[in-house]
Write a protein that binds this ligand. Structure first.
Ligand SMILES: Nc1ncnc2c1ncn2[C@@H]1O[C@H](COP(=O)(O)OP(=O)(O)O)[C@@H](O)[C@H]1O
Ligand SMILES: [Mg+2]
Length: 241
């Protein structure tokens, strides 16, 4: 990996048609992980979910402007979409910025416009078919839009979340993903340490030494290796040419 490639700005969109799959949880812990990992790069959290879960958790832990609440989905979404668009474009022009974009359930407002501004779409899902089926349909829709736009981005990375801590086999999800263009990230288990509460939330520091912390670090390293380093861009660039 060249130094140049590792310094290219990246926006990571965390989304799924399903709610309650861990979008906000993964967003806050991965933001914290990337801030630790890249002390000199700015890692911005943009919360577009009107519920504001991840903003509320990370705002007290963030420097000025590094956590922003830009709810998209109701009557205000025009204004915030324009702001979000501007924030992302400025960040991506900066060269070494990283943005984590949390979203609400569904495809509210200008969901696709937001997603297609980003390099990678991180899709958390449980291993249950009630979540997996709509997740696969959701990724199929992304694939169709990418084909229409002749775009190789956003790259889709599926993160199994709330997986039974005893789970050893992941063939079911590997098979399901055969139908779509996505890569599978290391899983995050269903663990009590993952449950966070707002007033005393302290990110990775608060879960130090737990299995959850180690799994987040493993997922974070995977994101660094494939997304932040530009490896997925190189792989898909080659297949496109
Ligand atoms: N790996 C996990 N283990 C245990 N609980 C989890 C895990 N991931 C998420 N949760 C819990 O599940 C609920 C939904 O998670 P959340 O991140 O808010 O999902 P979303 O943002 O997709 O709606 C929250 O109560 C959260 O604490
Ligand atoms: Mg959420």
């Amino acid at each position: 990996m060249s130094e140049m490639a590792s310094q290219i700005a990246k926006a990571i969109f965390v989304g799924n048609i399903k709610g309650g799959v861990g979008k906000s949880t993964l967003t806050v812990y991965l933001t914290d992980y990337l801030r630790r990992r890249f002390k000199r790069r700015s890692v911005v959290l943009l919360d577009t979910d009107p519920q504001g879960t991840s903003f509320e958790l990370m705002e007290p832990k963030s420097k000025n402007g590094d956590a922003r609440f830009l709810p998209v989905g109701d009557r205000y979404d025009g204004v915030n979409m324009t702001t979000l668009d501007g924030v992302l474009r400025r960040l991506l022009a900066q060269n070494d910025g990283i943005a984590m974009v949390d979203t609400g359930a569904g495809k509210l407002g200008n969901f696709w416009q937001m997603a297609f501004l980003c390099n990678t779409l991180l899709v958390p899902t449980s291993m249950s078919w009630a979540d997996l089926r709509p997740t696969i349909d959701f990724i199929k829709e992304i694939d169709e839009r990418k084909a229409d736009l002749r775009s190789v981005t956003p790259h889709v990375v599926v993160v199994p979340n709330r997986v039974s801590p005893q789970q050893r086999h992941f063939q079911q999800i590997v098979d399901a993903l055969q139908e779509v263009n996505a890569i599978l990230a290391p899983p995050i288990s269903e663990l009590s340490a993952a449950r966070h509460s707002s007033p005393d939330f302290s990110g990775l520091e608060g879960v130090e030494g737990t299995r959850f912390c180690r799994e987040i670090e493993r997922l974070g390293e995977f994101i660094v290796e494939y997304v932040i380093s530009g490896e997925l861009d190189r792989i898909y660039d080659e297949t496109a040419n």
